[in-house]
Design a protein around this ligand. Structure first.
Ligand code: 4NP
Length: 180
């Protein structure tokens, strides 16, 4: 059972014909591209709803670029097929997507600043809240940081592999939630 505070908004999404998910990190070259690749694959056989997946970063530094080399390497070695071009998050994405999934608490607080209404805020969820092992963690509580996917930018391949594992657990949980 998830500890989502906005179940009235979230639960009906699973009955829509299309569920549009947008994943956000800081640069859109390390974590959210991996999450994009993994969630696309995890959700590919769902039909009701059909899940659309997209991603961006709150920062503009890498717009137009491919994903970080180690990000691509870890998702390709794990068998995911995905092509990426980095984008920056824009406020009108709140209108275009049903869920805005944050990779860490700092991304979440940036997104909350972009939100212009309660309806926008309802769409902002931590990506890892869908991991059954983390679903009880309150992002605003003392253990909130356990929901953050660590930023691997400039780090070792092992850090990127660890990010992939965290993301895979949450993506599996997301599909379980959609099917439930
Ligand atoms: P990401 O990682 O948010 O997972 O894509 C980063 C990428 C770039 C930067 C920071 C984090 N940067 O400062 O350029």
């Amino acid at each position: 059972m998830h500890a989502f505070k906005n179940l009235d908004y979230l639960s009906p999404l699973r009955k829509q014909p299309v569920l549009s998910v947008h994943i956000v990190c800081l640069g859109n070259i390390c974590r959210s591209p991996i999450a994009n690749a993994v969630l696309l694959d995890a959700a590919k056989d769902l039909t009701t709803p059909k899940v659309k997946v997209d991603s961006s970063g709150t920062g503009a530094w890498h717009v137009g670029q491919d994903a970080a080399e180690y990000s691509k390497q870890v998702w390709q070695e794990a068998g995911y097929e995905y092509e990426h071009i980095a984008k920056q998050f824009k406020s009108d994405f709140f209108q275009k997507h049903d869920l805005i999934l944050a990779m860490d608490l700092s991304n979440r607080s940036n997104l909350l600043k972009f939100a212009q209404s309660e309806s926008d805020k309802n769409k902002i969820i931590m990506f890892t809240s869908f991991d059954p092992g983390k679903s009880q963690i309150d992002p605003d509580g003392k253990d909130g940081n356990l929901l953050s996917v660590p930023d691997p930018y400039g780090g070792s391949i092992e850090q990127f592999q660890s990010v992939l594992k965290i993301i895979e657990q949450a993506a599996t949980g997301f599909v379980t939630w959609v099917r439930s």
